[in-house]
Design a protein around this ligand. Sequence first.
Ligand SMILES: [Zn+2]
Length: 248
Amino acid sequence: MPSGLIDAIFSAEAPYFFTGAGVSTLCGIPDFRGPNGLYRDPDAARMFEIELFRADPSFFYSKAESLVYGSGGIRPGPVHRALAALERAGHSRGVVTQNIDGLHERAGSSPVFAVHGSPAVHHCLGCGDAKTFDEIAAIRGGVPGAVPRCARCGGVYKPDITFFGEMLPEEAFNGAMALADAADLCVVLGSSLTVHPAAQIPLRTLRHGGRLAIVNRDETPYDGMAAFLEDDLKAFADGVMARLEQAG
Ligand SMILES: [Zn+2]
């Protein structure tokens, strides 16, 4: 049980959390690169290509069903809930996530800096009209693979997920870096810290004199720099909830 780490979170002045795919696979969302990863399906690997989206958006909307739209079945998991609870108790300054499933937002965390974008908002490629995740779900009417179109101009809505060939969302990235620079503790959860430039965000906390904790099933390139190293995300989430209950 990672109680040393939980002590450190409770005593930190400005802790934040950096999350990756491991946090979402706990809720049944397929990983991209893992053994059962989505990218083992060569077709699925193309779903985030922006040129393909422009040419045929139905490809994305049919392939992304389980990953992004959840067919109604995907809910925030134990880590999402633990981070939202830590925040309510005053023990989190924010969440930086590499995930694009919007589950931290749905669990109630705020601020969430989604450095690879998020489906919380969709924009019409024709006129720029913005719609929320729920509005898009209503337009699609629960039809698998349905392409949501703009009532104003007939354009296709695209989620604000960063596709291959697109710029990273500047606002989220800048917000994440400001959080990292001001923090005294970065807790990495379920990320192998191999996708750049996002993986550099926890390093900024180290460079500014903060500490690094890593909870991940597999090794990361930064394990040697971590003050706390754990491998069980579920145990971490359970430990947090138990401690919050104790603290009442
Ligand atoms: Zn439009």
